[in-house]
Design a protein around this ligand. Structure first.
Ligand code: C5P
Length: 231
């Protein structure tokens, strides 16, 4: 079965632009990610249209609420037919288990965000957390795995140690991907596709290097070739 490793982040401000852009990609080469902005504007209809174009959709809404509410939200996402949905591991084990149970044997994959990459040591101290971000990431990833989740979002740098502790079957979804010729944009810790796959990443989330390219399909093909060269 075709299992594209690249997930293109459709970070567009409106449905029309997102759909036109997706129509110019190739669903055998990538999956797509719909985040909070686009989903808030365009909703389930957009997800259905992307699926009609043949794309697997990662609904990146990072649910974080009481267990009952998150379970219902995951169930709703799954009934849309999305390929992947995510929650915050910081919601705790009861919330994670409720989300897992709500998805049961359904095909929608459930992954967790560990610690937002925007949080540094000072931010954690402010929240009363003495641990380092690295320790927190590892603890939250293991908590997600214990609760039966399919994987976590992490940076390529975190992937190396997470792969060691979580084993082969846990899914590591890695943003912050740039080719050596791209700029960093606002990403701080970046990796090339080859570095990310070698570090243990299962899927790579790529936004601007593809969405802002003058030749998005060409850029996607080049990223895919680099992934294929190290698989
Ligand atoms: O354009 P760029 O490749 O930087 O987009 C990366 C995508 O991954 C964006 O949708 C961003 O919100 C998401 N993301 C991230 N870092 C995280 C989690 C998600 O960049 N830690």
């Amino acid at each position: 079965m075709n299992d594209p490793r690249i997930i293109v982040a459709l970070d567009f401000p409106d449905q029309c632009t997102a759909l036109n852009f997706a129509a110019g990609l190739d669903s055998t080469l990538c999956r797509v990610k719909v985040g909070k902005e686009l989903f808030t504007l365009a909703g389930p209809q957009l997800v259905e249209k992307l699926m009609k174009l043949g794309f697997d959709v990662f609904l990146d809404l990072k649910f974080h609420d009481i267990p009952n509410t998150v379970a219902a939200a995951c169930s709703a996402a799954s009934s849309l037919g999305v390929w992947m949905v995510n929650v915050h591991a910081l919601g705790g084990s009861k919330m994670l288990l409720a989300a897992r149970q709500a998805l049961g044997g359904k095909k929608t994959r459930l992954i967790a965000v560990t610690l937002l990459t925007s949080l540094n040591q000072n931010d954690l101290s402010e929240l009363g957390i003495a641990d380092t971000p690295e320790t927190m990431v590892q603890r939250l990833a293991l908590l997600a795995q214990c609760c039966g989740l399919d994987g976590v979002v992490c940076s390529a740098l975190e992937a190396v140690s997470l792969r060691e502790v979580t084993g082969e079957d846990f899914c590591l979804v890695t943003p912050g991907i740039r080719s050596s010729s791209d700029g960093n944009d606002d990403q701080v810790r970046i990796a090339t596709p080859a570095m990310a796959i070698r570090s243990g990443a299962s899927y790579l989330v790529i936004g601007r290097p593809i969405t802002r390219s003058p030749d998005p399909l060409g850029a996607l093909r080049r990223f895919n070739d680099e992934v294929a060269s190290v698989l």
